[in-house]
Design a protein. Structure first.
Length: 156
């Protein structure tokens, strides 16, 4: 009987030495995995933009009439209206999409299915001009993946 109690005590002490942190050491935490997934959405947007693929770029946005996009003093509501805004500004006769870059990304998780993203954008145009600015994005996780539900961009 004494041996059984001693064996149980030893097993209990050994089991309590293995903490959840020790079990997950070396693995990415859930916030890190979520941040990486959001970063991939942004990288895919840059890639699509630089291929002049606005629909591919828009894949990163929530396809909903409730999507909001603020730029300057203008508010655009909805995915389709946001796509049309991009078409008007970057695919019209005298417009150019240029080469897009995002930098200084800061991704902060607001909860298990939402995130706040700050960053900078820069377009490099064929005439050498480089319009640039800042953006604030709100991401939400949906069954189909992470999508931007709100974009507030301001640039020069």
């Amino acid at each position: 009987m004494r041996r059984s109690i001693r064996a149980i005590a030893v097993l209990f002490m050994a089991a309590s030495a293995v903490t959840p942190r020790a079990l997950t050491q070396g693995q990415a935490s859930k916030p890190e995995v979520q941040q990486a997934a959001i970063r991939k959405v942004l990288e895919a947007q840059v890639e699509a933009w630089n291929k002049h693929d606005l629909e591919g770029f828009m894949f990163g946005y929530w396809n909903s009439p409730r999507l909001t996009f603020f730029s300057g003093a203008k508010e655009t509501q909805g995915w389709q209206a946001t796509l049309e805004r991009y078409r008007k500004n970057y695919e019209s006769a005298h417009a150019e999409m240029g080469k897009l870059e995002f930098s200084d990304l800061q991704i902060d998780m607001l909860g298990p299915q939402s995130a706040f993203v700050l960053g900078q954008f820069r377009l490099t145009l064929s005439n050498g001009k480089q319009p640039h600015g800042l953006f604030t994005l709100i991401f939400r996780e949906f069954p189909e993946g992470w999508r931007i539900v709100h974009d507030h961009s301001s640039g020069e």
